[in-house]
Design a protein around this ligand. Structure first.
Ligand SMILES: NC(=O)C1=CN([C@@H]2O[C@H](COP(=O)(O)OP(=O)(O)OC[C@H]3O[C@@H](n4cnc5c(N)ncnc54)[C@H](OP(=O)(O)O)[C@@H]3O)[C@@H](O)[C@H]2O)[C@@H](O)CC1
Ligand SMILES: Nc1ncnc2c1ncn2[C@@H]1O[C@H](COP(=O)(O)OP(=O)(O)O)[C@@H](O)[C@H]1O
Length: 292
C-alpha cells in the first residue's frame, strides 16, 4: 500500500498550483530551452510529436537530437527546431559517443527529454544513463525505451519516468495485471526505489514522488489510447519543465491537459479516431482555459 491515499488531480488542483509566470519581456532563452533526444529510423515521428507538444506548452527554444539517417527529414518537418544527427548502431539505437555532439545544446538547456520512438532498448538506456553526469540540475524526462535506465539502479538526482502499465511491468518484473490492479502502489514503490518521479499512465494515471507524495487523475477517454499519444504527453511535460515547472508540477499539468485535450477532440471528432498529432493544439486550448 502507498503511505497515504493519492490526492485527486484535476483542473481545480492545478489552479492552486500555478505554473511559473513568464515575464512580458522574456526572450526565447528565458522562455525555456529544451533538448529532445527522440525518434529513430523506424519511428522518426515520435520526435515530431513530442517536440510539437513541448512548443505548444510554451517552451521558447528547441533542439532535437535524432538518428543521422532521419535528421534531415525531421528538420524539414519541424522548421521550428535545430536538429542534430546522432551516430546510430546497426540496430538503430544511438551510439554513446554521440553525446559529445550534444554538449553545446546541453549547456543552454533547462530540460531534456529522452526516449520517444528510440530503438534498441539497451543502447537507449545506456545513452540516457550517459547523460546523467551532465545534468547539473537540468530536469530530465525519460520515456519509452529510455526508462530502462532505471534498471541500472537509483538515479543520482530525481528524474521523471512515464511508463504505461506494460512498461512498468517490464521495468519491475511484476505482472501487468498487478500494476493495473494497484497502480498507486506500483508508482509509489518505483518512485522510492529509483529516486524518480513516476507517472503510471492509463485510463487513470497515478503520479508518485520519491518522498511519498501521490496523486491520481481520472479523465480523458479511450481515444487517447492511440499510437504516439504518450509521445505528446512526454513532450508537453518536458516543455513545461523547460518553462520552469518542477518535475512533479509539469507532470501533473501535462497529465490533466492531455486528458482535457482528448475530451476536446472527442467532442469535435467522436470518441475514437482523432490523431496523436492533433493532441498538442488541443492541449494548448486546455492550458489557456485553465491558466488564462
Ligand atoms: N507504431 C508504433 O510502434 C509507433 C510507436 N511510437 C512510439 O515508439 C515508442 C515505442 O512504442 P511501441 O508501441 O513500439 O511500444 P509499447 O507497446 O509502448 O511497449 C513498450 C515496451 O513495454 C512493454 N510492454 C508493452 N506491452 C506490454 C504488456 N502488455 N505486458 C508487458 N509488457 C509490455 C514491452 O517490453 P517487453 O515486455 O517486450 O520487454 C515493450 O517493449 C513509444 O515512444 C511510442 O509512442 C509512436 O511514435 C508512433 C508509432
Ligand atoms: N482509456 C483511456 N482513458 C484515458 N486516457 C487514456 C486511456 N488509454 C490511454 N490513455 C492515455 O493515453 C496515453 C497513452 O500513452 P502510451 O501508452 O505511452 O502511448 P504510445 O506509446 O502509443 O504513445 C497515456 O497518457 C494514457 O494515460
Amino acid at each position: 500500500m502507498t503511505s497515504t491515499p493519492p490526492l485527486p488531480l484535476d483542473a481545480g488542483a492545478l489552479r492552486d498550483w500555478p505554473l511559473p509566470a513568464l515575464s512580458d519581456d522574456a526572450d526565447k532563452e528565458a522562455r525555456g530551452q529544451l533538448l529532445v533526444v527522440a525518434g529513430s529510423r523506424e519511428i522518426p515521428g515520435a520526435a515530431l510529436l513530442a517536440a510539437t507538444a513541448a512548443l505548444r506548452m510554451g517552451a521558447g527554444k528547441l533542439v532535437i537530437a535524432t538518428g543521422e539517417s532521419v535528421a534531415t527529414g525531421l528538420a524539414l518537418a519541424m522548421p521550428e527546431a535545430r536538429v542534430i544527427g546522432l551516430p546510430e548502431t546497426p540496430a538503430g539505437g544511438f551510439r554513446l559517443d554521440g553525446i559529445e555532439r550534444l554538449e553545446a545544446s546541453l549547456e543552454g538547456a533547462n530540460a531534456i527529454l529522452v526516449g520517444p520512438g528510440m530503438m534498441e532498448t539497451a543502447a537507449t538506456a545506456a545513452f540516457a544513463r550517459g547523460l546523467l553526469p551532465l545534468l547539473a540540475g537540468r530536469r530530465l524526462v525519460l520515456d519509452a525505451a529510455a526508462m530502462d535506465a532505471a534498471m541500472a539502479g537509483p538515479f543520482p538526482e530525481p528524474v521523471l519516468l512515464t511508463p504505461h502499465a506494460g512498461e512498468m511491468a517490464h521495468l519491475t518484473g511484476a505482472g501487468k495485471q498487478a500494476v493495473l490492479a494497484d497502480p498507486a502502489t506500483a508508482a509509489w514503490e518505483a518512485a522510492r526505489r529509483w529516486n524518480a518521479v513516476v507517472a503510471v499512465k492509463g485510463a487513470a494515471t497515478v503520479l508518485a514522488t520519491p518522498d511519498g507524495r501521490c496523486w491520481r487523475h481520472e479523465g480523458g477517454n479511450c481515444g487517447l489510447a492511440t499510437s504516439g499519444s504518450g509521445d505528446t504527453l512526454a513532450g508537453a511535460i518536458a516543455g513545461l519543465c523547460a518553462r520552469g515547472a518542477t518535475l512533479e508540477q509539469a507532470c501533473a499539468w501535462g497529465v490533466v491537459l492531455h486528458a482535457q485535450a482528448g475530451d476536446r477532440l472527442a467532442a469535435r471528432r467522436g470518441a475514437v479516431g482523432y490523431l496523436a498529432r492533433e493532441i498538442p493544439d488541443a492541449m494548448l486550448e486546455a492550458l489557456n482555459a485553465i491558466a488564462g
